[in-house]
Structures are given as structure tokens and as C-alpha cells.
Design a protein around this ligand. Structure first.
Ligand code: GLO
Ligand code: MG
Length: 344
């Protein structure tokens, strides 16, 4: 299939065992090596990493060991014809970060978060990527009164400044999410993420990643969140997926819940030439019901849906669309879009 100039990525966590908060794994673990072998087969060229996807158990390894392992991984990626899109620090699992990492009330936890972030930056550089992503999982509160939210913003800025200074070549994309795992998140939307960047020592190196489901969970339209970031030239990556209503983060296959909403995301991305700016990341998970041998279809399917929608965007009759807009005939515009989507 023509990829219309797009490159696709996913993370090793997107092929998973199907555990949820109410039940254990239902599929065997797929070894990292096996996952790597699947990328090209499924039509993907880039890999997204957590720091410990790249270098397991990194809290117990020296800087030299971490660098050696990351370099060996880079070689493996080259051998598969793949590249690393970004690295993200997994700051939400360590016992020290139970109440947050950069914004924890514990100075020891905050120090750990910075030290771990330095390791993550070393890994990114060894893997040959200049992009890192911060999903601020536990930066927020379970009890609103437990932290000072103004101080928290200062702490997030200080942490960003520290990373920007430590790794002058690196760009940081902030991935906002409003609802999980904390009760209240400090950086719930793309506007928050972009504003945070402007307070740092190098605003031009702080941007954003928009995840469709996270925008929906904030009660916002993902295409408009992407548009806002594009308008600031801050949309450096995306996590496309879908979400059925306001519940836990489902990471459904792209377009599977609301095709029109998916179309609108592709419309804004393609109209603003995102294919020249970044990679299409698919942060999707197979349904728990999916048999093990078929538990990678959500990735190929999401990619295919994206490409179908690019075709629909590029074949849209823009002149007729403009006529509808000029006449303020948005009922006809509605019919035009629905009709165009149905004739795929
Ligand atoms: C969780 C996030 C998560 C991040 C990943 C990279 O809700 O979407 O999947 O994207 O950890 O930081
Ligand atoms: Mg994500």
C-alpha cells in the first residue's frame, strides 16, 4: 500500500499480555526479539521505547553498562532496518515514585527522577534519536490538598531545565493525559504542555505529543488538540488510537470507535504536512479477547485505517467543500463528508 509519505511506529508495550485491573494476563509474553522481527512485517519502520524497554533493569546498572547495552540495541535496530523514534522514562513504577516523580513531596524521589531521566537521555543518544517523550504519569495528586500545584509547575519546569541542560541536542515532547493513574493530573491538555515549555531555558526544544484517547478523556477533540500544537509548531509526535466514552484509557484501534473523529485527525495532520514533521505512532492495544497468535492485528489494522483515511482526505473535493463553507451551508458540508467516507 502507498504510505503517502508517512512512517509508522509503535512501542513494545503495544504487543502485550492482556492483563487489566480485574484480571491476570491471558496471553504469553512475546519476547522483545520476536517483537522486533514483527515491525517490518506489519508495515512499521520505527520503534518507541521506554528507557527500560531498551535497557532492562537500568536502576541497577552503571552508566557504562547502560551505554554498552543501548549501543548493542542500536546495532540490532540497524540490522532490522529500524530506527528509534523516541525514548521515554518509565517513572511511574518505582516504589520511590508512588506519589509522583518530579513533583513528589519527597526530595529523595525527586532526585531519583532526575537521575533516572539522565539515564534515559543517555539511552536516547546511544540509540541515535534526538526525541524524548515525557508522559507525566504520577505528576498530580490523589488528594488535591496533598501538594501545592503552583510549586508543582515550578518543579516540572526545573526538571525540564535540568534535562535540557544535560542533553543539549535533545528535544522533549510532553504527552498530556488527564485521568490516569493519578486522580488529578497537573498537565492534562496540550495547552498545558506547550505553556510549560515556554517557561524553560530552551522553549524551542520543548514540544508535545498528542494522544487521541487522552484528548477524548479530557473532553476535547483530538483533531483540535493536534491543530493547536501544529499552530505553535510543537506537534512532534502523535499517539493515534480510539476511546469509547469516559472510562479507563482503552487504547482501541485507530478509528474503531468513531471513524469521523479519526478522519478529522487525519485531515488536520495531512493538511498541515505532518508527514514532513514526524512519525505516526500508534499507541493501541489488542482487546483482551484476542487470541495470542492474532494479538498484533490491531497494529496493522490501525495503520491501514490511517492510510485509508489519508486517501479519503486527499480525494476530498476541496472546491465543493469550499463552496459549502462560503455558503455557510454546513448541513451540505456534513453530507459531503459523510458521503465521502461511505464511498471508501
Ligand atoms: C499511557 C500513555 C503511555 C505512553 C508511553 C510513552 O496512557 O499513553 O502509553 O504513551 O508510556 O511515554
Ligand atoms: Mg501514549
Amino acid at each position: 500500500m502507498d504510505t503517502f509519505g508517512y512512517t509508522f511506529s509503535f512501542g513494545p508495550w503495544n504487543i502485550h499480555e492482556g492483563a487489566d485491573p480485574f484480571g491476570p494476563p491471558v496471553r504469553p509474553t512475546v519476547a522483545f526479539e520476536q517483537k522486533l522481527a514483527l515491525y517490518k512485517q506489519l508495515g512499521f519502520d520505527a520503534v518507541q521505547f521506554h528507557d527500560d524497554d531498551a535497557v532492562p533493569d537500568l536502576d541497577h546498572k552503571s552508566a557504562a553498562q547502560i551505554e554498552a547495552e543501548a549501543r548493542a540495541l542500536k546495532q540490532k535496530l540497524d540490522d532490522h532496518g529500524l530506527f528509534a523514534e523516541f525514548v521515554a522514562p518509565r517513572l511511574w513504577e518505582h516504589p520511590l515514585t508512588v506519589d509522583g516523580a518530579y513533583t513528589s513531596n519527597s526530595a529523595q524521589a525527586r532526585a531519583y527522577a532526575l537521575e533516572r531521566s539522565h539515564k534515559m537521555l543517555d539511552i536516547a543518544q546511544a540509540l541515535g534519536t534526538r526525541l524524548v517523550v515525557l508522559w507525566y504519569a504520577r505528576e498530580g495528586t490523589y488528594q488535591r490538598e496533598a501538594k501545592d500545584a503552583v510549586r508543582a509547575v515550578d518543579q516540572l519546569v526545573a526538571a525540564l531545565d535540568d534535562m535540557l541542560e544535560y542533553a543539549p541536542e535533545i528535544r522533549i515532547a510532553i504527552e498530556p493525559k488527564p485521568n490516569e493513574p493519578m486522580d488529578l493530573a497537573y498537565i492534562p491538555t496540550i495547552g498545558h504542555a506547550i505553556a510549560l515549555g515556554f517557561r524553560t531555558r530552551a522553549p524551542e526544544r520543548v514540544g508535545a505529543l498528542v494522544e487521541s484517547a487522552h484528548a477524548i478523556l479530557a473532553g476535547l477533540d483530538p483533531a483540535d488538540e493536534m491543530a493547536f500544537a501544529l499552530a505553535y509548531d510543537k506537534l512532534w509526535s502523535v499517539h493515534l488510537n480510539d476511546q469509547n466514552g469516559l472510562k479507563f484509557d482503552q487504547d482501541r484501534a485507530f478509528g474503531s470507535v468513531n471513524l469521523r473523529r479519526a478522519f478529522d485527525q487525519v485531515l488536520v495532520l495531512d493538511s498541515h504536512r505532518f508527514y514532513e514533521k514526524g512519525v505516526i505512532g500508534l499507541d493501541v492495544k489488542a482487546l483482551r479477547t484476542q487470541p495470542a497468535e492474532l494479538a498484533h492485528k490491531h497494529l496493522a489494522n490501525s495503520r491501514e485505517t490511517f492510510l485509508w483515511l489519508v486517501e479519503r482526505v486527499r480525494s476530498l473535493d476541496r472546491a465543493v467543500m469550499q463552496e459549502c463553507i462560503d455558503a455557510r451551508d454546513y448541513e451540505e458540508l456534513d453530507r459531503l463528508i459523510i458521503g465521502h467516507l461511505m464511498r471508501c
